[in-house]
Write a protein that binds this ligand. Structure first.
Ligand SMILES: [Zn+2]
Length: 358
């Protein structure tokens, strides 16, 4: 029997509205674009631990069949072989990613590091608000692949200004205020009409086949040719560009030894935009240490403690858009091992950037 539900257009993901981080007015557009492109991404090597709401108001009766679809989506991301790991855990307190199935509440995820900033510790960071087993896109798996893409820090591809899509705003508004989405105007702007600031780091300007792109029928688009005639129908699944982008920000972690960051010995970073270096810190005395970057640069720096190979977040700093350097001061313990990850947004000075511990 052909389900009537399948004949209707499928609903779309809608992102939670969070404030845009304020940056000084006087920074260059290039610098601002790089900051916007990178600011929500995790440092590479992060393990994202996720928790499912299996009962209660954030869950649904047939939760296991929904979880099956989400697990298939995590497996698709694992197969890309990026430097981010995903691990299901049973403890909500330890989970960065908290996945609910509250019906009628739409499909959404906070974007990248916003997960740590905005939802409370027991709140959902991701939701699936319709029956994934009835979602025709990728047999119910494309929607969770898309939401995990947001969790990794990737925004909506149709809001990429390089797409050059000219919307028929009236048609877009009529479409998304109607079934099955029923969105208010602000949500339509936030998820469709607004354009992002972006910097083309990995070398592909726009990907209409991205998993992060909605499907649009032709009436919603005034141009360019041929989309005003054909509409845009992504192929489904992760595109080649999706995988390249994921690997640009999260290249597979090469095993092997990290450079040890020794007290008072500065280490040059020699990084390009979005690149990252990793160091080991092995204190021989227990005391307060400071770790700081040097040079005219925007960096994000995260310190983890290595607990038998499991890296636990200790402290982080992000100096992007400021005149400051990233700096962490924290008590480190003799005999323990720490890992420091430093990702560059942009070095705008003529000299190299460096990091030092003292
Ligand atoms: Zn989305």
């Amino acid at each position: 029997m052909k389900d009537k539900k399948n004949a209707e257009p499928a609903p779309n993901c809608s992102l939670p509205d969070v404030p845009i981080r304020q940056l000084p007015d006087d920074i260059s557009p290039h610098r601002e674009h790089l900051i916007r492109e990178i600011e929500k991404k995790w440092v590479n090597g992060t393990k994202l631990r996720y928790y499912y709401f299996r009962d209660g108001e954030h869950s649904t009766d047939d939760v296991e069949s929904q979880i099956e679809k989400v697990e298939a989506a995590f497996d698709i991301w694992r197969e890309v072989n990026i430097g981010i790991e995903f691990e299901e855990i049973g403890s909500i307190e330890e989970a960065e990613v908290r996945i609910g199935f509250r019906q009628g509440d739409g499909a959404w995820s906070y974007v990248g590091r916003d997960i740590l900033e905005y939802p409370g510790q027991y709140e959902r960071t991701m939701n699936f608000g319709w029956d994934l087993t009835q979602d025709p896109r990728g047999d119910g798996v494309d929607t969770p692949v898309h939401e995990i893409g947001h969790t990794l820090g990737f925004p909506h591809e149709h809001q990429n200004p390089l797409a050059g899509i000219e919307w028929n705003e009236q048609e877009v508004t009529d479409y998304f205020t109607g079934p099955p989405n029923f969105w208010p105007i602000a949500k339509i702007h936030h998820n469709v009409l607004d354009k992002y600031m972006t910097e083309n780091i990995e070398g592909s300007d726009w990907d209409p086949n991205s998993i992060m792109h909605y499907e649009f029928h032709a009436a919603l688009i005034d141009g360019p040719d041929p989309y005003d005639e054909q509409g845009i129908t992504p192929e489904g699944g992760l595109s080649r560009v999706d995988k390249n982008r994921a690997k640009t920000f999260y290249p597979a972690q090469a095993g092997g030894d990290l450079t040890v960051l020794e007290p008072f010995k500065s280490q040059r970073l020699s990084l390009g935009p979005a690149e990252q270096r990793n160091f080991a810190v092995e204190p021989d005395a227990t005391r307060d240490y400071t770790i700081q970057t040097f040079g005219y640069s925007d960096t994000v720096m995260i310190l983890f403690e290595d607990q038998d190979g499991d890296l636990k977040y200790v402290k982080g700093d992000d100096d992007s858009g400021t005149d400051q350097n990233a700096q962490i001061t924290h008590r480190l313990y003799a005999g323990r091992r720490y890992v420091l990850r430093v990702r560059l947004y942009l070095n705008w000075g003529s000299a190299d950037t460096a990091v030092m511990l003292w």
